[in-house]
Design a protein around this ligand. Sequence first.
Ligand code: FA5
Length: 346
Amino acid sequence: MQEKLSHLRTEVESAIKSVKSSADLEVIQNKYFSRKGEIALMMQELGKLSPEEKPKAGQLLNETKKHLEALFEEKSQKIRADGMAAELEKEWVDVTAPGIPYKAGHVHPISQVQYEVEEIFSSMGFSIEDGPEVESEYYNFESLNIPASHPARDMQDTFFVDKEGDSELGRLVLRTQTSPVQMRTMQTKGAPLRIIVPGRVFRNEATDASHDATFYQVEGLLIDENISLAHLKGVMQEFLSKLFKKNVLVRFRPGYFPFVEPGLEMDFACLICNQKGCRVCKQSGWVEFMGAGMVHPNVLKAGKIDSKKYQGWAFGFGLTRLVMMKYGITDIRLLFGADTRFLNQF
Ligand code: FA5
C-alpha cells in the first residue's frame, strides 16, 4: 500500500505539473480525483487491510490525498488566472488611440447659393415661401392664365403623375415652375406681398450643357400700391451686385408669359467666357436668366386681389444657372451627377 501510494503521488504530481489548459485539468480530475478515480480506488483498498495496518495506511493516504488536492487546486487557480489574462489581452482596447475619422458631407453648391439668395432677399424685406412639387394642373397652368388649349402649355412640357388629382383642380403634374406658389400665397395671405420661392421644378425636355429635366428656380413676387418695373430693376440690381460682389451686366428684352403683362426676359452677360462665346451661352455672350413682368390682372383676380388698388411684378429665375455662373461650371449636368470629385470642390 505504501509503495503504491508513493507511486501514485509521483504520478499525479508530474501529471499536474504538465497541465497546460483547463482541458488537461479535466482529464486529471476524472482520472484521479473523481468518485471512480485512482484515489477513490485506494480508499476502497484501505478497507481490505487488516486492523493493524489500517491506521497508518489511512493516515498516509489522507496526507497524500490532501497534498495532491492542494496541488491540483493551486494549478487550477493558475490556469484560470492565465485564461482570464489571455482573454483580457484579446479584449484590450487602447482608449487613447485616435478614432477612425468620420467623413462628413457638406452643403450642396445649389443649397449654398440658395441660402445666399434667401439672405439677400430677406434683407430687402422678402419672406420665403414654399409649395408642393407635385402640383395640380390648375395651380401650375390654369390659375396662371394658361388654359388647357393655350399654346403656351407647349413651352413647358411636363410629367403627369399616375394618380387621380382633385376633380376641380385637374390632373396632378410635377410642377414645371415655381410660379404656382405665387397663386397659393396670394390666396392665403392676400396683398400686400413681398415673397421669394426657391424650389425644385421638372420639365420633360432634352438635356444639354445648360438645360436639365430637373432644376431649381427662385420665384419672386411683389404686390403693393404704385408698383412698377423700375422697382424690379432696382431690386434685381441690388440682388445681383450683392451676390457677385461686383457689377454684373444684365439686359431686358421683351418676353412672353401668359401670367404677366407686359412680360420680359432678363439675361446675364456670360461670366464664364466674358462674352467671348462658349457652350453655356451658346456663343451669344448672354445667358437667359429669368422671365418676369407685371402680374396679369386675371392672375390677381384668381388670387382674390383687388387689381384696381394693387399691382405688382413677378419674376422666376434659374437658380441652377446662377450657380453655374457663380462657380464657372460649364455643364449643368455635373451638379446632379453625384460625383464627389466634383462636389468636394465647393
Ligand atoms: C418660367 O418658368 C416662368 N415661370 C418665369 C416667370 C416667373 C415669368 C414669373 C414671369 C413671371 P422659363 O421657362 O423661362 O420661365 O424659366 C425661367 C428660368 O429657368 C430660365 O430663365 C432659366 O434660367 C431656367 N430654366 C428654364 N429651363 C431650364 C432647364 N431645362 N434647365 C435649367 N434651367 C432652366
